[in-house]
Design a protein around this ligand. Structure first.
Ligand code: GLA
Length: 408
């Protein structure tokens, strides 16, 4: 081959390689750790009002949630007001009289980010304007408004996986070419095993289950997912989560108490604080995105204690990016371990029964040899230095410990 041609070929391949690397590193930086924020759906449904969203942004800062890592205000379904004469998607001006750009400026001025919602079909789940066939135009509109995240739903779209992959990829590419870094949340409820293809389709996060209800578990045949049902689905998927791409267990229902909104239907009667604490513990062990969905403007002390537990949040946001592994699985007990970036292990023990029970475990049974400092992350104190732990665990409680090796 002619020398010039070889040089040109090497140059070309190098260019392709660097571009590919840049693109993949670019995608990864959008969600190096699981996104954290507040999502509008469970509390407001589609009854969104600009003022409420602004107040939530203020409350996120004032309550200390933003200092603890909560960053996004995720506007869910119901913001849309159709399309204008040039087919640009527009907000419902009765709900958002100042427009979405003004709202994103409001949110950004508080050091937060703004997420928005659309759907891979003509209409969304609640019947509002979707983005099918307007992907590039809508992505550019979102970018021009200063949007940082798009939750992309799948109501009204065909059931097969091939179409889902095409439609999600189309929107992720549109976002990538929109001129702004916009993280992409895939929401097809785990029906087409998105953990196997959603990262390749450009998603930073993908829902693994149907919509969460504000309840412990699905006690009847009403089909609503409780926190335990979602835990059981997600616990089988640790191999698919990692830095930049996460299994999304849906919104936190912490602090909702069955009071309001879509999470209260299908048996969503509310949970106890111990159960809410369990949800926070296990969503963090699983490295799930954390989207609070309660009224941040009015939180009782228990809700604040749960959502603001920085030691638990640190497990979710750990730089190693591991989802925990289920080591013990009986009708009564679930035990999970999670390796952390500094060499520590997180250990979570869940009592699934309706009564308090005693539990004991040798760490060696979990593959953890030697002696550890055992820090109780809900009591915020060292519970001992040992090769084992024993104690009482309340009904539906999850104990979470951080184990730091002190002796071989
Ligand atoms: C679907 C999603 C929910 C929510 C609603 C909005 O059900 O899974 O999280 O976004 O649509 O209509």
């Amino acid at each position: 081959m002619d020398r010039k041609l070889i040089l040109a070929l090497v140059f070309f391949l190098n260019f392709i390689f660097i571009t590919a690397q840049q693109e993949s590193s670019n995608v990864n930086t959008l969600a190096d750790t699981p996104p954290m924020g507040w999502m509008s759906w469970n509390y407001f449904g589609d009854n969104l009002q600009e003022k409420d969203i602004q107040e939530m942004a203020d409350a996120m800062v004032k309550s200390g949630l933003s200092d603890a890592g909560f960053q996004y205000i995720f506007i869910d379904d119901g913001w849309q007001g159709g399309r204008d004469s040039k087919n640009n998607i527009i907000p419902d001006l009765k709900k958002f009289p100042s427009g979405i750009k003004a709202l994103s400026e409001y949110v950004h001025a508080r050091g937060l980010k703004l997420g928005i919602y659309s759907d891979a079909a003509p209409l969304t789940c609640a019947g509002y304007t979707g983005s099918l066939n307007f992907e590039e135009q809508d992505a550019k509109t979102f970018a021009s408004w200063g949007i940082d995240y798009l939750k992309y739903d799948y109501c009204g779209a065909p059931a097969d996986s091939a179409t889902a992959k095409i439609r999600y990829k189309k929107m992720s590419e549109a976002l990538r070419h929109s001129g702004r870094d916009i993280a992409f949340g895939i929401c097809e409820w785990g029906q087409r095993q998105p953990w196997k293809w959603a990262a390749a389709a450009g998603g930073q996060v993908w829902r693994t289950s149907g919509d969460i209800r504000d309840k412990w578990k699905n006690l009847t045949s009403d089909s609503g997912y409780g926190m335990l049902d979602i835990l059981d689905v997600n616990a089988g998927l640790p191999d698919y989560a990692g830095k930049g791409h996460w299994n999304d267990m849906d919104m936190l229902v912490v602090g909702l108490y069955g009071k309001k909104g879509p999470s209260s239907d299908l048996g969503g009667i509310g949970c106890t604080d111990i159960e809410y604490q369990t949800q926070m513990s296990l969503w963090c062990m699983m490295a799930s995105p954390l989207a609070a969905s309660n009224d941040l403007r009015n939180m009782n002390d228990a809700t604040k204690r749960i959502l603001l537990n920085k030691e638990i949040i640190a497990l979710d946001q750990d730089k190693l990016g591991r989802q925990c592994e289920k080591k013990i699985n009986t009708k009564t007990w679930n035990v999970f371990t999670k390796q952390l970036a500094n060499g520590d292990y997180a250990l979570a023990i869940l009592n699934r029964e309706d009564k308090a029970l005693d539990f004991h475990i040798l760490f060696s049974e979990l593959g953890l040899s030697g002696k550890y400092e055992i820090r109780d992350l809900w009591a915020h104190k060292v519970a001992g230095k040992d090769t084992k732990w024993k104690g009482r665990i309340q009904s539906h409680e999850t104990k979470v410990f951080r184990l730091r090796k002190i002796d071989r």
